[in-house]
Ligand binder design. Structure first.
Ligand code: C2E
Ligand code: MG
Ligand code: MG
Ligand code: MG
Length: 286
C-alpha cells in the first residue's frame, strides 16, 4: 500500500495522532472566533488581608457563555484559545474590564487592587505595557489598582524578554505576581530574576495543609522564603476557617478561597467589599 504523507511530510498515523481527541474543542474555537466577545464577562473573587479581615483586592476571572453549550470553565477553554492564538482578545477584554471596575471602585472611595491573569502569548507576542497604559488612560485608572498574574511556565521560555516587560510594568506602578506557585518549576531563582512583588501559593498545597503534613511544610517554607525576599504571599483556595487561622499563624499576607467567597458578580462583590471577616471558629457555617 502507498504511504500517505501530509504536506508537512507526516504520515497519516502521525497526522491522526496529532489531531485533537475531542472534536467539540474545534467547535469551541470556531464559535469563539465568530462570537466570542458577546458571551464574555468577568467575576470577582475577593482577596482578604489576614491581619485585618478586610477585602483588599480581588482576582478577575473570566466567564464565557457558549451559545449552545452554556457556561464553560475557563480551565477548559482558555488553554484551547491559547493554542488557537485567540487568547489575546480575551486578555484585552478582561484587562479593560478590570481597569474600568478599579477606576469605579476608587471613585467610590473604595480602592481595590484587581488581579488579571496573563497568558504566555500576551507576554511574548504583544506589547502588554502599551495595552496596560492604554487601558489606564482610557478609564483614568490608577496603576496601583492593577496587578498581573502569570505562571512560571509562561515566563521561562523567554526570560530576558519577560523580565523586561515586568520591570517596565513595575516602573509604571503595576505589580506582578507568580500564579500557582509550587506547581511548575518553582525555582528559587525566579523569585529574584523577575521584578515580581507577590507569590500565590497553589491551591493544591493550601486546601489540605492541615491534613497533609508535607503540604503544611511547603506552605510554611514558601511564606518564610517570600517574606525574606520582601514578597507578599497569597494563599489560594482555603475552604475552611481552621486553614485560614493556620495561614494567619504563618503570617501569610492574604488569602483567596471559597471559605470567604466564590467568584461573584460585581454587584455582589461591592457588598462583600464592605465586610470585615473574623476568623473565630464560631464563624463556621454554611
Ligand atoms: P487561577 O488563575 O489559579 O484562578 C483561581 C481558580 O481557583 C479560579 O477558578 C477560582 O474560582 C478557583 N478557586 C478559588 N478558590 C477556590 C477554592 O477555595 N476551592 C476551589 N475548588 N477552587 C477555588 P476559575 O475561575 O474556574 O479559573 C480557572 C483557571 O482559568 C484560572 O486559574 C486561570 O488559570 C484560568 N483563567 C480564568 N480567568 C482567566 C482570564 O481572564 N485569563 C486567563 N488567561 N486565564 C484565566
Ligand atoms: Mg490567577
Ligand atoms: Mg492561581
Ligand atoms: Mg490555581
Amino acid at each position: 500500500a502507498m504511504a500517505f504523507a501530509s504536506r508537512s511530510g507526516r504520515s497519516w498515523m502521525e497526522y491522526k495522532q496529532s489531531m485533537d481527541p475531542d472534536p467539540q474543542n474545534l467547535f469551541i474555537i470556531r464559535d469563539f472566533r465568530r462570537s466570542g466577545r458577546e458571551g464574555l464577562r468577568v467575576m470577582l473573587q475577593p482577596q482578604v488581608e489576614l491581619i485585618t479581615g478586610r477585602v483588599v483586592g480581588a482576582e478577575v476571572l473570566v466567564r464565557w457563555r457558549h451559545p449552545e453549550l452554556g457556561e464553560l470553565s475557563p480551565a477548559h477553554f482558555v488553554p484551547l484559545l491559547e493554542q488557537a492564538g485567540l487568547v489575546v482578545t480575551l486578555t484585552e477584554f478582561v484587562l479593560f474590564e478590570a481597569v474600568r471596575l478599579a477606576a469605579d471602585f476608587r471613585r467610590q472611595g473604595m480602592p481595590t487592587c484587581l488581579s488579571v491573569n496573563i497568558s504566555a502569548v500576551d507576554l511574548l507576542e504583544t506589547d502588554l505595557c502599551a495595552k496596560v497604559d492604554w487601558a489606564l488612560a482610557s478609564f483614568g485608572g490608577d496603576a496601583r489598582d492593577l496587578r498581573l498574574e502569570m505562571t512560571e511556565t509562561s515566563m521561562i521560555s523567554e526570560p530576558e524578554r519577560v523580565s523586561m516587560v515586568i520591570a517596565q510594568l513595575a516602573s509604571m506602578g503595576v505589580t506582578c505576581s507568580i500564579d500557582d506557585f509550587g506547581m511548575g518549576y518553582s525555582s528559587m531563582s525566579h523569585l529574584r530574576q523577575f521584578a515580581i512583588s507577590e507569590v500565590k501559593i497553589d491551591r493544591s498545597f493550601v486546601y489540605d495543609m492541615l491534613t497533609q503534613e508535607a503540604h503544611h511544610a511547603i506552605v510554611s517554607a514558601v511564606i518564610a522564603l517570600c517574606h525574606e525576599l520582601k514578597l507578599t504571599v497569597v494563599a489560594e483556595g482555603p475552604e475552611d476557617w481552621q486553614t485560614v487561622q493556620a495561614l494567619q499563624g504563618l503570617n501569610c499576607d492574604r488569602a483567596q478561597g471559597y471559605v470567604f467567597s466564590r467568584p461573584v458578580e460585581v454587584s455582589e462583590f461591592m457588598a462583600l467589599r464592605e465586610q470585615i471577616f473574623s476568623f473565630s471558629p464560631d464563624q463556621e457555617r454554611a
